[in-house]
Design a binder for this molecule. Structure first.
Ligand code: EPZ
Length: 420
């Protein structure tokens, strides 16, 4: 079993380069199968979620070839076979193959997707969208297999009950090869959706309004091969910037699109944290008087839920009491127990509200990652803590933070992965 071991208290300076966005690439790779030709995706991050998706492509007889961070995907011999449950369970984004295979073959059999245990994570909004387009859906309670069948997919008006990122993307997939036009209302506005719509439009899809709450998808008969660059990972970037605000000395986070981090910079401004933006780089140093604030996670362009657990570590260093509310997921506070074990003073009011008192001196100890962003929060705590921190269940963290050890060691952290 592997663990991360950190000797905390080091000052971090130098450059950290940001990789492609996990929450883009996990949709871009399945999207390539909508094309009847060869596609190229550049700036693919080196994360384990990517590896899980490539395993699924192999099952579907899709050829892939990696060169550095570029992958060529050849789905000309795509086979509509059932994806084994263990693979579907490896990540939440396996559900994107539902929309893709439904669009291509009008028949899908799939297990319920996996993903971090941050809530029940239903897919009812995805299924409602597919039904609106004409799919008949059955679910076998015993085998947990969903079967989707459609004579034809016909464009229609769909209004999401919640601005779900996954459902927005999945319905886009199913609608782009449907006959007629689909108008998707209350669509999610996260910037990763624009990245995916750009890829589909490069293939010849006719999608307008991505990034707004109403997306129009005019169905086409066929999609050709295309190329796309994965946009930078704003959540990876935000995580490193918060580390810089606690222990940085001119720590620069490079290769990012600063405008995508406006929600975080607004909070930095409220917290009195200084940072310097230049082109695709933001430089930040330790702030000696972090002001307490209130945080409420929201859909884009609000404060992203995926930075909620990381910012809770930053707030343990603020001078005063901060109030935190998670509004997207119902079980995203499992990291709190471990931060308190290290000396933080966080009161959990319930599964979505906490009161964070600071500043508190954190001391290293043995802790467990419980999910991806909660695990990242524990790494942050270990970096600022006095003494040694060991973190188990690190596979959660490696799902979404590429080359984490290398990137942090390069700027001065004393961090490594050990076999225990
Ligand atoms: C995406 O998850 C991201 N994952 C999540 O990031 C992110 O937290 C989330 O969007 C919100 O921004 C990927 O893109 C792979 P949702 P997704 O559908 O699409 C409810 C990370 O750390 N809901 O927007 O699954 C759901 O229960 C991960 O990188 C339904 O009720 O999120 C939740 O309360 C974690 N029915 C809310 O909507 C549905 O059919 C948000 O879900 C779908 C969702």
């Amino acid at each position: 079993m592997k663990e991360i071991i950190i000797n905390g208290g080091k000052t971090l300076s130098g450059n950290i380069s940001i990789g492609g966005a996990k929450n883009s690439v996990v949709a871009l790779i399945p999207a390539a199968l909508l094309s009847s030709d060869i596609c190229n995706i550049n700036k693919v991050p080196n994360i384990s979620d990517k590896d899980a998706l490539i395993d699924i492509l192999n099952i579907l007889n899709v050829k892939t070839n990696f060169e550095n961070t570029s992958v060529t995907i050849d789905s000309t011999n795509l086979k509509n076979t059932i994806i084994p449950e263990d693979l579907s369970q490896k990540l939440r984004a396996s559900y994107y193959f539902m929309g893709v295979l439904l669009a291509k073959f009008k028949h899908v059999e799939m297990y319920f997707p996996g993903g971090c245990n941050i809530g029940t994570r239903p897919i009812d909004l995805h299924l409602k969208g597919f039904e609106a387009l004409g799919a008949k859906i059955s679910h076998n309670e015993k085998t947990h297999i969903y079967t989707l069948d459609a004579q034809e997919l016909i464009g229609t008006r769909i209004k999401l009950d919640f601005a779900s990122v996954g459902a927005t993307i999945n319905i886009m997939f199913a609608a782009c090869l449907a006959s007629g036009t689909t108008i998707l209302e209350n669509a999610a506005k996260e910037i990763e959706i624009i990245n995916i719509a750009d890829f589909l439009n490069n293939m010849g899809a006719k999608i307008k309004g991505a990034g707004t709450s109403t997306i129009t998808i005019e169905g086409v008969k066929k999609l050709k091969g295309a190329t796309i660059d994965v946009i930078p990972d704003r959540i990876e970037a935000g995580t490193y910037l918060m580390i810089g605000a606690m222990i940085g000395d001119n720590l620069s986070v490079c290769g990012i699109e600063p405008s995508q981090l406006k929600a975080l910079f607004d909070k930095f401004d409220d917290m009195g944290i200084k940072y310097k933006i230049s082109d695709d780089k933001v430089t930040i140093s330790k702030c000696n008087n972090i002001l307490p604030i209130n945080i409420k996670t929201l859909v884009y362009p609000g404060f992203p839920t995926d930075l909620g657990q990381p910012i809770s570590v930053l707030l343990t260093q603020a001078n005063g009491t901060s109030y935190f509310e998670e509004t997207i997921w119902e079980n995203r506070m499992q990291h709190v127990k471990y931060l308190n074990m290290m000396g933080a003073n966080i009161k959990l009011q319930d599964n979505t509200h906490s009161i964070i008192n600071g500043p508190t001196k954190l001391k290293g100890c043995h802790i467990n990652a419980t999910d991806l962003r909660g695990g990242a929060a524990l790494v942050m705590a270990g970096l600022i803590a006095e003494g040694t921190t060991t973190i188990s269940n690190i596979e959660y963290i490696l799902r979404g933070y590429e080359n984490l050890i290398n990137k942090l060691s390069k700027v001065g952290a004393d961090i490594k992965i050990i076999d225990v």
